[in-house]
Design a protein around this ligand. Structure first.
Ligand code: NAG
Ligand code: NAG
Length: 367
């Protein structure tokens, strides 16, 4: 085929994609009204920016029309390994974002893969995977080494600190009689970047019901509502970075994406009766200590990371934890302790708010 014809085809194709994207954008913004106003940061969820189809900025393909079988397709962009190839989602995971049964595996299209085939992936935190933070906090570092970090109940610690962003965690816990330390869990995370703060928190729950959503999410101090139907997502993309919170189950699970920084799969979990007995936590009968299970995937260089988890991503990092013991301990509480969930200061913290954001501080600190 002549080069001209190709160009014409490509042009038409791009036009169609653009229209698709515009429609998707319009629908996406119909949800979650009333967010992003009055926080003084000028987000306002505007449409019509012409960017960001639902693939986000990170993908290297364009969305083609779905096959009659329901299988979604992607068309690989120029300069990818699979340049100009069409990748079709397998029947086992036809959708990139399962909507009806959100628990299902999602189709993952990666045009840089060597096989140029889509893969099926669970969209939940894998507690044995790299970058996980689960249980009574048990981490798997960027170096693949598992460790525990107890922190302290009521305490706040920098999990990751970098010049561009910081993630703090708030610990809840209990100290059974006669024990020498607190048993702790991560109840909330705050992701801070530029002037913004996104908080993901587990509500205090006295009796667990997995069909009841026990997640609280706040953007710059304001409660946000992540719809449970349709796209089941909330997004703020007025700024340089796109922020997406997407449900990955009917309740209690989300995937959070902050473009160019981090992606997190987060679920709220209770301490079950069995667990309570086995570990002898002696939890009060009216609190299941709902906490977060998280897996982090970083989207920028991790070479200069600090923080309980962040440090383990640095090249040449030598883990101080003992291997081959059931509970390898990571110390460093003093280095990473912060005064609040929103404080960016600790001994080794690197992130600083841009100057002149004092006005948002009061708002942000409300949580
Ligand atoms: C693809 O790579 C070539 C050579 O590196 C470059 O000249 C071209 O602009 C790239 N095309 C796109 C669409 O990025
Ligand atoms: C896509 O595949 C390439 C090659 O296997 C890999 O390096 C890259 O990290 C993958 N991208 C994502 C987003 O997983």
């Amino acid at each position: 085929m002549g080069g001209r014809k190709w160009s014409l085809l490509v042009a038409i194709f791009i036009l169609l994609i653009a229209m698709d994207a515009a429609i998707a954008q319009g629908q996406g913004n119909g949800n979650g009204n009333g967010n992003g106003n009055g926080n003084g940061n000028g987000n306002g969820n505007g449409n019509g920016k012409g960017k960001g189809d639902d693939n986000g900025k990170a993908s290297n393909y364009d969305h083609l029309s779905t096959l009659p079988s329901g299988q979604e397709r992607g068309f690989c962009r120029a300069n990818t390994t699979c340049e100009f190839k069409t990748i079709v989602c397998p029947p086992e995971c036809a959708e990139r974002k399962p909507k009806k049964n959100k628990k299902q595996k999602a189709c993952f299209i990666n045009c840089s893969s060597s096989t140029c085939e889509a893969t099926c992936k669970v969209r939940k935190a894998k507690c044995d995977g790299y970058g996980s933070l689960c249980y009574d906090p048990r981490f798997v570092g960027g170096d693949g080494v598992m460790f525990y970090f107890h922190g302290a109940k009521g305490g706040n610690f920098a999990i990751v600190s970098d010049v561009e962003f910081q993630i703090n965690a708030h610990f809840i816990g209990t100290r059974p009689q006669g024990r020498t330390r607190d048993y702790t869990w991560v109840q909330a995370l705050s992701v801070m970047f530029d002037t913004h703060t996104l908080v993901i928190a587990a509500n205090r729950v006295s009796h667990w019901d997995e069909s009841v959503d026990s997640l609280t999410i706040k953007w710059n101090g304001e409660l946000i509502n992540v719809p449970t139907d349709g796209e089941a997502e909330w997004r703020a993309n007025g700024d340089e970075r796109e922020v997406v919170v997407e449900r990955t189950d009917e309740a209690n699970s989300v995937r959070v994406t902050i473009s160019g920084l981090v992606e997190m799969d987060i679920s709220v979990k209770p301490i079950g009766e069995h667990e309570n007995k086995v570990h002898n936590y002696q939890l009060p009968s009216d609190d299941v200590f709902a906490h977060l299970e998280t897996q982090f995937r970083f989207k920028k260089s991790t070479d200069n990371f600090e923080g309980v988890l962040g440090q383990t991503y640095r090249p040449g990092y030598v883990s101080p934890v003992k291997r081959g013991v059931p509970m390898p301990m990571m110390g460093g509480e003093d280095k990473y302790h912060t005064l609040s969930l929103f404080s960016t200061s600790c001994d080794l913290c690197k992130f600083q708010r841009p100057s002149g954001v004092a006005s948002t501080e009061g708002l942000v600190a409300q949580y």
